[in-house]
Design a binder for this molecule. Structure first.
Ligand code: NAD
Length: 545
């Protein structure tokens, strides 16, 4: 496997044409999948295009039936799917249900019900042109083959949610799951099989970055990518060669601002969950907490106390709140960032190191150079924006805390980042919270809430700055999966247009009137143009050429 990247410490190469995935909590093998070659990927995309030709003709009712059946297939095996997600990614079993399965089921019911309405033809207000008997509407066409290339951190909900939206819009789908979580990706294929999907309408190709690259090169009609900024740039560059349009959901360094009037118990509980759920491996994890200096000590103490109470271990157990990280590479980044905080003068309040797990089996075959992929949830005080670890994405269980003294300073610190995915503001004063929220450069900003809005399928998801391009979810996300077409009709086609040939002094005088009167948008002003317009239309009508 030539292009194997170093993220694959829990998904190692077995035979040269297969990937083996290991449970990050125990080191035990979860399963193996083939690495699809570029030729195979090309054939998959060809077959997908054929399936699209049939699927595009289906009614919304038929599409809805498929999505409802897929929901039923998931509902009949919630625990089985959650255990697979947990074993492949290391996240707690309960969290696989709360943060992946439940939200995607909700998204499925929403788009099964609402896509017809969201994609119904829309009349456009064309102002004074309407008085001339013209009307305009937008109708929406599917795009064709939608390629979905997700990351490993939400290996079920992200690709499945995007697939459902693409299918409801009339597209066919090819998913290339992350090399760390291919079996969860395959499970999505099985769910659609169970639901009675048409042949080749939903296909899964497995492999690493080279398989993803082959999928991009196979000229799908849209690419939905979730992953790092570096890979996003590569994909955008490759896709540009064919003018394939791309949605990029990239990294984050999300800020949480706690004002002096916030409910500190709520803020502390929100911060701990926002920073440590999925072991901090969410694109929208709280990676920077800015607290007003007056309440910094109190909030930090509450956060540390809650963090110390968290149970860490094998995510297959119901009472575990924080599981293993997904890969050795991620743990190394966290170790590096914690070291950077220490060296730069910040203080480790709790955590700060890799920890042992009682569940790691002897003779662990994962091949990592340390015992476990568990990293203690780590709270850091005295952080400042000039520390490297406050600037680069960590993607792990660290919660660095910095202070501010005014609202303007908090906004400036939060915006001082190349990223802008999500942020949150905590205050008892809602209007103050919203005023600050609007000044934060991020795709989603919550007031007194944190992280979870990816789980609301009705709302748009996407980043400012290096956190991405385009949107998934919500009506805006659905628009990424269709080709809008403008239909313009002239209902009173009795007279020629005044702007047609021949040009003449009368024409030029009329065109001046268009510029000064008609283009003002004012009916009153345009009425003054009528005599000139009639003269001009007669000129065009009587012209023999
Ligand atoms: P990654 O960029 O390493 O890989 C993502 C996917 O791209 C994988 O499936 C991989 O096989 C594939 N890939 C790699 N090279 C490729 C290439 N040249 N062409 C095509 N495909 C290629 O990212 P990762 O480590 O899997 O994910 C972590 C990153 O994802 C973090 O930065 C995180 O913030 C981000 N993320 C963002 C969102 C969001 O909604 N914005 C959600 C989840 C994760």
């Amino acid at each position: 496997m030539g292009g194997q990247n170093d993220a694959m410490s829990t998904a190692l190469q077995g035979q040269s044409d297969e990937i083996i995935t290991y449970n990050p909590a125990t080191g035990e093998e979860v399963g193996r999948v083939r690495i699809n070659s570029a030729d195979e990927v090309n054939s998959v995309v060809d077959r997908s295009r054929q399936a699209f030709q049939l699927w595009r003709q289906t009614s919304f009712t038929e599409r809805r039936r498929l999505v409802v059946a897929a929901r039923e297939a998931i509902l009949s095996d919630i625990d089985g799917i959650a255990h697979l997600i947990s074993r492949e990614s290391g996240k707690p079993f309960g969290e696989a249900i709360s943060m992946e399965i439940a939200p995607v089921l909700d998204l499925m019911q929403h788009f099964a019900r609402s896509t017809k309405k969201l994609l119904s033809p829309k009349k456009i207000n064309i102002g004074l042109y309407a008085l001339m008997g013209r009307s305009s509407r937008i109708v929406y066409h599917p795009l064709g083959v939608v390629a979905i290339i997700p990351a490993w951190n939400y290996p079920f909900s992200i690709p499945l949610g995007e697939a459902v939206m693409a299918l409801m819009a009339g597209n066919s789908v090819v998913i290339k799951p992350s090399e760390l979580t291919p079996l969860t990706g395959m499970k999505i294929g099985e769910i659609f099989e169970k639901a009675g999907v048409a042949p080749h309408l939903v296909q899964i190709v497995t492999g690493d970055g080279s398989t993803g690259d082959a999928l991009v090169k196979a000229k799908p009609d849209k690419i939905m990518f979730t992953g790092s900024v570096a890979t996003g740039k590569k994909i955008a560059a490759e896709a540009a060669k064919n003018l394939t349009s791309v949605v990029l959901e990239l990294g984050g360094k999300d800020a949480m601002i706690v004002l002096e009037d916030a409910n500190l118990d709520m803020a502390a509980a929100g911060a701990v969950w926002g920073a440590f759920c999925n072991a901090g491996q969410s694109c929208s994890s709280v990676e920077r907490l800015y607290v007003h200096e007056k309440v910094a000590k109190e909030l930090t103490a509450k956060i540390v106390e809650r963090t110390k109470q968290m149970k860490q271990g094998d995510g297959s157990r119901d009472d575990i709140s924080i599981g293993a990280m997904s890969s050795e590479r991620q743990v190394k980044i966290v170790e590096d960032h914690v070291a950077n905080f220490r060296e730069s003068g910040a203080r480790i309040e709790t955590g700060g190191k890799r920890c042992a797990s009682p569940h790691v089996s002897k003779g662990n075959t994962r091949g990592v150079d340390s015992d476990t992929l568990f990293f203690e949830p780590t709270v850091i005080s005295g952080a400042t924006n000039d520390m490297r670890a406050m600037r680069d994405e960590t993607f792990g269980p660290t919660l660095p805390i910095a202070t501010f003294s005014t609202d303007d300073e908090a906004i400036r610190l939060a915006n001082d980042s190349e990223f802008g995915l999500t942020a949150s503001v905590w205050t008892r004063n809602k209007s103050r919270g919203e005023r600050i929220a609007r000044q934060i450069e991020a795709g989603s900003v919550c007031v007194n809430e944190v992280l979870y809005t990816h789980g609301i399928g009705q709302t748009p998801w996407g980043g400012f700055k290096n956190s991405g391009r385009g949107r998934t979810h919500g009506a805006l996300g659905l628009m990424e999966l269709v080709q809008p077409q403008h239909i313009h009709v002239n209902r009173i086609s009795l007279f020629p247009n005044a702007w047609w040939f021949p040009y003449s002094p009368t024409a030029v005088e009329t065109f001046r009137g268009f510029a000064t009167k008609f283009a003002s948008g004012s009916l009153l002003k345009t009425a003054g143009l009528l005599p000139q317009l009639v003269k001009r239309i007669l000129e065009v009508r009587n012209w023999k050429g």
